[in-house]
Design a protein around this ligand. Sequence first.
Ligand code: ADP
Ligand code: MG
Length: 321
Amino acid sequence: MKVLDLSWTEKYRPSKLSEVIGQSAIVERLRAFVKKGNFPNMIFSGSAGIGKTTSAIAMAKELYGDAISSAFLELNASDARGIDVIRGSVKEFARTLPLESGMLKIIFLDEADALTPEAQHALRRTMEKYAATTRFILSANYASKIIEPIQSRCVVLKFKPLNEDDMRKYIERIANGEELKIDEKAANALVYVSEGDLRKLTNTMQSAAVLGADITERGIYEIASRARPKEIIAMLGYALSGDFMKAREELNTLMLMHGMSGEDILLQSYREALNLNSPDKLKLRLISAIGECNFRIVEGANESLQLEAMLARLALLSSEK
Ligand SMILES: Nc1ncnc2c1ncn2[C@@H]1O[C@H](COP(=O)(O)OP(=O)(O)O)[C@@H](O)[C@H]1O
Ligand SMILES: [Mg+2]
């Protein structure tokens, strides 16, 4: 096993549309576009690591084969050098002749929602200028952050976070490719920490594999620098049953032993709050306490003090009843 030779996110990036996991309605559409050789400008919207860039590249590979480098250009909109550099690259690329007459080229603009509205207007003009030869695919976390005049010129394809089965499929793909041993618990941990993001999943697996081909639950949580949900649930459970001291002990373990930040602890507490085996009313108060604590920490209050205060508040709830 050569763990360090290549980033697994590139090594395992599908090069064909048929290898893209999930997103089946979108893949169908892209396939039809490839078949026709004609397609509209598009916005690929959705969270990180769910196949936006991958699908664009796979589509381009199917369209252009080996000639991809002269027909597909990938740019990043959050490039600090700004819209002028983007327009410059677009201009140069769009100017060169297409491979065959009538064949459209593709410009994939990642993180297009990072552009200011002014820059987006400039982009819109550029899109129109080269409309005869070039199509744009804009990738964005939220299509709503793209200005209306661009949105109305694009087909919006909404990518969805991958579900557990999809993620397991991907874990298996990598585990087979790298000859890793990964048991059920470790796979569950991977699914848990990745939150539907296959980039995060892949990077976590690659880091875990540095330690050896046996991937363990413990290794995954350590790398993801998150506590096990078990410990978060224990902390909340103690607090809600009025045992402040025990809850505080769990909190210290999470912060000192696992090196979790206050924000991580709150985010995970929030995730677990919904699954707790407690009356709905208690869950609501818990979520409201988490929200308030988060706000205070974001405003700059001392993290561990605020977290302890939150646990104290939760512990008091149990004596109120
Ligand atoms: N739907 C998917 N099918 C297969 N691999 C995926 C999928 N989504 C993400 N990946 C993998 O995760 C990594 C990041 O994917 P990418 O398409 O770049 O994400 P983004 O949606 O942020 O553009 C790549 O290594 C890719 O192989
Ligand atoms: Mg991307």
